[in-house]
Write a protein of this length. Structure first.
Length: 356
C-alpha cells in the first residue's frame, strides 16, 4: 500500500505556524471552552468503544437510523478513513468513484486501498453531472464519494441531484458516502444522505459547522454491516472516541445547538459579504459559495496558484491554500470563518500584495 503525500497539510506545515493570519482555515472560528461544562469525570476509554449507546441513539435519530448504525470517531477524517477500510475489500469491490475537486483524503485514502475513478466538476459553476458519475460506476464500484457542500468550491448540490446520485450508486449495489461536515452551516440543509436508504452513508463532526475542532469528535452513520466493519477497524486505530469530545458533543448537539448554529451561520453570512465585496474591489471571481470556503481565481501576473500563495505568505504573512493541491492551479482557496478582525486584516494585506 502506498499513499500520496497530503499536499494541503504539507503546505500548512511549511507556513502556518510562522504566519500571522490563517486565511485558508476551512471551518468556522473556534468556540471558547468556557462555554461548556468540561468536567468529564474519569479520563478512561469510552465503553463500548463505538461510543455511548444512548448518545449514538440520539445521533442516529437525526438520520432515521438506529443505535447500531452509528459509530463515533475522532473527527470526520477518521470516520471517512474507517468507512473506506470497511468498504474497499474483496466482498464489496475495490473501486471508488470520487467527485472532484475535493478534500484530498476523500480521494487519496481510497486510492491507497483500491482503484479510484475521478469525476470532475467543471469551473466556473462546478455543477455535478450525474450522468458522468453513472458512466464511471461499474459493478466493481464499492462506493461513490461526495463532499456536500463541496470543499474547496463551496458548491452545494441540490437534494434532487444528490438523490439521483444515490440511485446511481444503489443500482450497482454501491454506497454513496457523503462527507457532510459543512452541512449545518447551510441555512436550509437538505436531508443527510444516510437518511436516503440502505446505501446512504454520512460522515460529519463538530469541527466545521460547530467551531469545536479540538474535541476531535465525529461520526459515521449508515448501513449496520458497514458501521460494524468500520468499528472492527477502529479498535486498531483510536480504540474509542475521546471521552472529553463525547462529553462536549452531548452539550453541543443538545440544548446549546440552536444558539451555536445561529451564531455560526450569522458569522458565515457576514463574512461571505465582506469577502464578496473584496473580490469585486480586486477584480477576482468565485462561484458564490455555501459555508466558509471559496475557490477564487488567481490574480493576473502570477504563474499559478502556488506562486501567488507563496508570495502572499512571504510578503504579507497570510496563509492561503493554493488550488493546485485540489487539481486547479488557476484558483486558490480562501477560508472566511475566522474572527472578523483577523479576516479584515488578512484581506487588507492580500489586497496590498495584489496591488503592488
Amino acid at each position: 500500500m502506498q499513499i500520496a503525500p497530503f499536499e494541503l497539510e504539507r503546505w500548512f506545515a511549511e507556513y502556518e505556524h510562522e504566519a500571522d493570519i490563517m486565511l485558508a482555515e476551512s471551518g468556522i472560528r473556534s468556540l471558547e471552552a468556557s462555554r461548556f461544562d468540561l468536567d468529564v469525570g474519569d479520563l478512561g476509554y469510552v465503553i463500548p468503544t463505538n461510543g455511548d449507546p444512548e448518545f449514538r441513539a440520539e445521533v442516529g435519530e437525526r438520520y432515521d437510523r438506529g443505535t447500531d448504525e452509528v459509530l463515533f470517531t475522532c473527527g470526520t477524517q477518521e470516520a471517512n478513513f474507517l468507512a473506506f477500510l470497511a468498504l474497499l475489500d474483496s466482498e464489496h469491490g475495490g473501486e471508488a468513484v470520487v467527485v472532484t475537486p475535493t478534500y484530498q483524503a476523500l480521494e487519496g485514502v481510497p486510492e491507497a486501498f483500491g482503484e479510484v475513478t475521478r469525476v470532475g466538476l467543471e469551473p466556473p459553476e462546478w455543477e455535478l453531472h450525474v450522468d458522468a458519475v453513472a458512466d464511471a460506476v461499474t459493478d466493481d464500484t464499492a462506493v461513490v464519494v461526495l463532499a456536500n457542500p463541496n470543499n474547496p468550491t463551496g458548491r452545494y448540490h441540490s437534494e434532487e441531484t444528490v438523490r439521483e446520485l444515490y440511485d446511481v450508486a444503489a443500482e450497482h449495489d454501491a454506497y454513496l458516502l457523503c462527507d457532510e461536515v459543512y452541512r449545518l452551516l447551510v441555512e436550509e440543509p437538505i436531508p443527510p444522505v444516510a437518511s436516503f436508504g440502505e446505501y446512504g452513508l454520512s460522515t460529519a463532526s463538530l469541527t466545521k459547522a460547530y467551531g469545536l475542532a479540538g474535541t476531535r469528535f465525529g461520526w459515521l452513520v449508515g448501513d449496520e454491516a458497514v458501521v460494524e466493519a468500520a468499528w472492527e477497524w477502529k479498535d486498531y486505530t483510536t480504540i474509542s472516541p475521546s471521552p472529553f469530545g463525547q462529553h462536549v458533543a452531548r452539550q453541543a448537539l443538545g440544548e446549546r445547538e440552536d444558539d451555536i448554529l445561529r451564531e455560526n451561520r450569522a458569522l458565515a453570512r457576514k463574512h461571505h459579504d465582506i469577502v464578496a465585496d473584496w473580490l469585486d474591489e480586486h477584480g477576482l471571481d468565485w462561484y458564490d459559495p455555501v459555508g466558509v470556503n471559496g475557490f477564487v481565481t488567481v490574480p493576473d501576473g502570477y504563474d499559478g496558484s502556488r506562486e501567488f500563495c507563496r508570495t502572499v505568505v512571504e510578503e504579507a504573512s497570510v496563509v492561503l491554500a493554493p488550488g493546485d493541491v485540489f487539481g486547479h492551479d488557476d484558483y486558490f482557496r480562501i477560508g472566511f470563518g475566522l474572527p472578523t478582525d483577523e479576516l479584515e486584516d488578512g484581506l487588507e494585506r492580500v489586497g496590498h500584495v495584489i496591488a503592488d
